[in-house]
Write a protein that binds this ligand. Structure first.
Ligand code: AMP
Length: 282
């Protein structure tokens, strides 16, 4: 595996690389969720590029940029074990040199949910993803359903700016008790880790109600809130039942929808979601 730190070195390394090129962007502290995306990229592309970059512009001023978990040595070994061809680890000054002054802002789908609670988050994501796509020029880029809104923001970015990248998604990888894998899970104490299973329980409860025929968005949101309230350590930012495409909040569910939530457990903010499909009932 070739490890490089500059955009110029990426271009030089990929000049003659066989296509398609598959890209897996990450913020490191890798877990099986990331690795499932790397494996999909490995199956589907002769050239696989991974990036590890904790992107400061997608963190708000009060958020955990400084304390975000970092373990480059371990990440490098894991990616080498997965037969990644090229690992790009830019420094902040390489990505955002002095004088950097451009922002990519996606409208609509980036405004609710995470966008409402983290106002500059998706601008940071769209900007860094645009830079990575321009530098690496991948044919396929892999993102996790775990960050369902991010996937929609990036799909919109690619369409609106005519980027020749096919966005591919991987299902959320979970612990046996349902907790979605996240680099932030390692910060939970034992008691908090136990409490964090309430996120997926709340989603499953709403999913079960929907499967039993409930079509009221409000009743599904109430059910998720009730489940979260059963866990004293859980403090929800939001629970949502939204249209699967626009991510607008739904009164009545008539097609594909997204159940999602963001919950604080102690000092750690966790997000999770479940897509739900219509199955011929209404
Ligand atoms: P991050 O390092 O958190 O920016 O995540 C990098 C990529 O891995 C993103 O596309 C995430 O959606 C994806 N990802 C994070 N957690 C999971 C998970 N539990 N299952 C599948 N993909 C994930």
């Amino acid at each position: 595996m070739n490890v490089v730190r500059t955009a110029a070195a990426v271009r030089a390394a990929l000049g003659t690389a066989p296509r398609p090129i598959g890209l897996v962007p990450t913020m490191g502290s890798l877990h099986e969720g990331h690795l499932s995306l790397v494996r999909a990229a490995r199956r589907e592309n002769p050239t696989v590029v991974a990036t590890v970059f904790v992107n400061p512009t997608q963190f708000g001023p009060e958020e955990d940029y400084a304390s975000y978990p970092r373990d480059l040595q371990r990440d490098t070994q894991l990616l080498r074990d997965e037969q990644v061809d090229l690992l790009y680890i830019p420094e902040v000054a390489e990505m955002y040199p002095p004088g950097f002054d451009t922002v990519v802002a996606v409208g609509g789908v980036s405004e609710g949910l995470e966008g409402a609670w983290r106002p500059s988050h998706f601008r940071g994501v769209a900007t860094v993803v645009t830079k990575l796509f321009n530098t690496i020029q991948p044919d396929h880029a892999y993102f996790g359903q775990k960050d369902a809104q991010q996937v929609r923001v990036i799909r919109k970015l690619v369409v609106d700016l005519n980027m020749a990248v096919d966005i591919r998604t991987g299902e959320t990888v979970r612990e046996p008790d349902g907790l979605a894998l996240s680099s932030r899970n390692g910060r939970l104490s034992d008691v908090e880790r136990h409490a964090a299973a309430v996120l997926s329980r709340a989603l499953r409860r709403a999913e079960a109600l929907h499967a039993a025929g409930e079509r009221s968005g409000q009743r599904l949101r109430d059910a998720m809130r009730e489940e979260l309230a059963s866990e004293p350590l859980a403090r929800p930012d939001y629970v949502s039942v939204a249209d699967g495409d626009s991510l607008r909040e739904l009164d009545s569910i008539e097609g594909p929808a997204l159940l999602s939530l963001a919950v604080r457990i102690g000092d750690t903010r966790l997000i999770d979601n479940l897509p739900i499909e219509e199955r011929g009932r209404g």
